[in-house]
Design a protein around this ligand. Sequence first.
Ligand code: NAD
Length: 293
Amino acid sequence: MQLLDGKALSKTIQKEIKTAVEKRLEEGKKRPHLAAILVGTDGASQTYVGHKVKMCKAVGFQSTLIQLANNTSQTELLEHIQKLNENTDIDGFIVQLPLPKHIDVPTITEAIDYQKDVDGFHPQNIGRMAQNLPCFLPATPAGILELLARHQVPTSGKECVVIGRSNIVGRPMSILLSRNASPGNCTVTLCHSRTQNLADYTRRADILVVALGKAEFITADMVKEGAVVVDVGITRVPDASRKRGYRLAGDVKFDEVAPKCSFITPVPGGVGPMTVTSLLLNTLRAAENRTQK
Ligand code: NAD
């Protein structure tokens, strides 16, 4: 069993990004600039955004954090988005999800200039992704592709099962792995909450990508011997023995599944760090695209 170590790979890629930024500065170009809008006080979202800002600094990007109250109206949020769309100093920006219930996520996603949409959620980017055209890929699936590519995990002709059909992880992942590309060229089945007899599918998978958000849901009997298992799930499980009162659990029962695998991602330290790194890579690309213009 080989660990798909996202933490270590992220460090390597972040060094590469830092070098690219230094080269840009030597050439008289500006630092890439990422902005993030955070609405409300959700604890996990604050942690994620705080981490993104910290990582921007680590690779030499400029960052701007716009914090808005939980009762910010959709109109106000759209005004902030419009300002960022028009701000020529901003290369890319994200609106941290989830948003408060009174805000319509698709409306917000579509309002972002797709050329600054470094989360890769805009329908224009998703459509271009489906057609294998240059675009910003959604950060988590892009990070998973990078993990597979840099560990030289064979994907062509493999049977792949993705669990979860969210717009940000499962569905784009299923499209990416089915594309005529490398990594890709898998035969993909997308499973979801209405799938009957889920284990019949998972047991066939050479590559199993799990993104359903239920702690330790996938057990050893659901996994084929020698499978590649990518665990996207992050759930806070109460744990009185930890100082913060919880531990982070993946969707896979790692201890019993890992011995059966050829490759597996740990949680934490697998897909999570790669997601942030993909966002940085997208932002660097956005800055390069804007420089070329
Ligand atoms: P979501 O909550 O939007 O959707 C969950 C999906 O799982 C749905 O499509 C649903 O149909 C499916 N599902 C639920 N129960 C199921 C069942 N019993 N059998 C089969 N399918 C079932 O999911 P999301 O936003 O993609 O997030 C999934 C998990 O990944 C969460 O734990 C989230 O925190 C985590 N996540 C991690 C990262 C990262 O960077 N590591 C990024 C995004 C999401």
